[in-house]
Design a protein around this ligand. Structure first.
Ligand code: S3P
Length: 170
C-alpha cells in the first residue's frame, strides 16, 4: 500500500485534510512537524530560534527519509519540504504526493491568528507573499495538485485525494 503524502505552503490545510483522510480511511496519520517537536522536545519556534533553520531542515530531511520507507500511511509534511528535492523524490518512490495550493490571501486568512510559524513572524502578509512567490515553482512541479482556494472546508479536498489514491493504487 502506498503512502499519501500531503505537501503545500503553510496554511494550505495539509494537517486538517490529513486528519479527515485518516478518519475516512482508517489509515494512520503522521504529521512531520509534530514528530519533530516530539523528538526534539521543543516547539518549532524554539528549534528555529535556538538551533537555526538549517538544523530544522536536517531534522526534516532525516524524518522524511525514515517515513518514505513506510507504507499505507498519511504523511502531512511541513511547507518547506519542497526546498530539498530529494525529499520529494524519496516520497514519490512509495507514495502519492499531492500538493495543496492556495493563494496568499487565502493563506493569510487561515494563519492570521497563528504565531507558531517562525518564518511568518513580523509582517505576515509580506512574508507570505515573498515566500510563496519564491517557492511557487517547487510546488507547481508536483504532479498532483489541488487548488484549495474558495473551499471553506477540507471535506471536498480529502474526498478528492482518497479518489485519486484509490484510482492510482495498484
Ligand atoms: C515551514 C512550515 C511549517 C513548519 C516550519 C517551516 C515552511 O509547517 O514546518 O514552520 O518552511 O514552510 P506548516 O506548513 O505545517 O505550517
Amino acid at each position: 500500500m502506498r503512502n499519501i503524502v500531503l505537501v503545500g505552503f503553510m496554511g494550505t490545510g495539509k494537517t486538517t485534510v490529513g486528519k479527515l483522510i485518516a478518519d475516512k480511511t482508517g489509515m494512520p496519520l503522521l504529521d512531520m512537524d509534530s514528530l519533530i517537536v516530539e523528538r526534539v522536545g521543543k516547539s518549532i519556534n524554539d528549534i528555529f530560534a535556538d538551533d537555526g533553520e538549517p538544523a530544522f531542515r536536517a531534522l526534516e530531511r532525516s524524518i522524511a527519509q525514515e517515513l518514505a520507507t513506510g507504507s499505507g500511511q498519511i504523511i502531512s509534511t511541513g511547507g518547506g519540504i519542497v526546498l530539498n528535492p530529494d525529499n520529494i523524490k524519496n516520497f514519490e518512490k512509495n507514495g502519492l504526493v499531492v500538493c495543496l495550493l492556495a493563494d496568499a490571501e487565502t493563506v493569510l486568512d487561515r494563519v492570521r491568528h497563528d504565531d507558531a510559524r517562525p518564518l511568518l513572524a513580523g509582517d505576515k502578509e509580506a512574508k507570505i507573499i515573498e515566500l510563496l512567490e519564491s517557492r511557487k515553482p517547487l510546488y507547481e512541479a508536483i504532479t498532483h495538485k489541488i487548488d484549495t482556494n474558495g473551499r471553506p472546508t477540507a471535506e471536498p479536498t480529502a474526498l478528492e485525494i482518497i479518489d485519486l489514491y484509490q484510482s492510482n493504487n495498484p
